[in-house]
Design a protein around this ligand. Structure first.
Ligand SMILES: C[S@@+](CC[C@H](N)C(=O)[O-])C[C@H]1O[C@@H](n2cnc3c(N)ncnc32)[C@H](O)[C@@H]1O
Length: 274
């Protein structure tokens, strides 16, 4: 029996060792400036902060491309230590299997790739982009154009988990809210009468630049919203209520991040953003 006690002691020691190694790994991975004592992950602000509207009226008339990332696969679970984590198909295969779900429905990395592409774009830096995420669980998140998206998936996942559990994320050492959960209705978030366009590989094929230039002629100075599925399979953007049109922008099925890049480039060309 004393032998068993010793075994248990050793196991616990191993676990403690593993925990502290992981903690050190995490410190090294995140860098000291981005992880504070309680493991809260924060994000910074982009250096070329865009000028944004100051009041409701300015916001209504703010000429911008609004990108809605639809059906993003952002769900949380608790890990063995009791901490919240974003479920992803690489690290949570057993959880997904136990839930009876498909691995391809757990790709939070797609949202990360899209956000990097959108928030780093010249269009965003020029103050002409607004990004909204809607998860497949109907949670809507507004992204502050000033947010510098974490470069690594692990940090992004930590930040997004915090946003989903605490409902808002503030910038490091500042009161600026970078991401917040908002009421899940488009009419509260989008300007009145905004044109909403879905993107889908199953819609009519258009030349995106011509399409955007045409929109500009019709709706000069008005904001416009494009919806992109934040998913690995399927075209949820085509099913969103209120869209006035749906377009396919390539002969090929593209990744959501590639569609984000192409959209930003088309609007940069139309609005002379270099
Ligand atoms: C990875 S795709 C989903 C896969 C989809 N079965 C496909 O082949 O397009 C994610 C999103 O990117 C957009 N997308 C992908 N290819 C597109 C295309 N050729 N034209 C317009 N949108 C596209 C859609 O909004 C889609 O929901």
């Amino acid at each position: 029996m004393p032998h068993q006690g010793k075994k248990r002691e050793l196991k616990e020691e191993d676990k403690l060792q593993e925990d502290s190694e992981q903690e050190i790994d995490q410190q090294l991975f995140y860098g000291d400036d981005e992880i504070v004592q309680d493991k809260t992950i924060t994000a910074g602000l982009i250096s070329d902060a865009p000028k944004l509207p100051k009041n409701f009226e300015e916001r209504q008339n703010w000429k911008r491309l609004i990108v809605i990332l639809e059906a993003c696969q952002l769900q949380i679970t608790k890990n063995r230590r009791g901490d919240n984590e974003l479920i992803n198909c690489d690290d949570h295969q057993r959880t997904i299997k136990n839930m009876g779900k498909r691995y391809e429905d757990f790709r939070p990395d797609i949202t990360h790739q899209c956000l990097l592409s959108l928030m780093d774009s010249p269009l965003n830096k020029a103050g002409k982009l607004q990004v909204i995420i809607r998860t497949n669980k109907n949670v809507m998140i507004e992204i502050n154009p000033h947010m510098r998206v974490p470069r690594t998936y692990k940090r992004f996942a930590g930040l997004m988990t915090q946003c989903l559990t605490k409902f808002k994320i503030k910038a490091e050492g500042s009161q600026t809210v970078l991401m917040k959960v908002i009421k899940n209705t488009f009419d509260k978030v989008l300007p009145v009468g905004v044109r909403m366009i879905g993107t889908s590989s199953k819609a009519k094929l258009v030349d995106l630049q011509e399409y955007v230039d045409n929109l500009e002629e019709m709706d000069n100075d008005k904001p416009v919203a494009f919806i992109i599925g934040g998913v690995s399979v399927g075209n949820p953007a085509m099913e969103v209520e209120g869209i006035s049109d749906a377009v396919c922008i390539s002969n090929y099925g593209l990744s959501a991040a590639c569609v984000c890049t192409k959209l930003c480039s088309a609007f940069e060309a139309a609005w002379d953003v270099l």
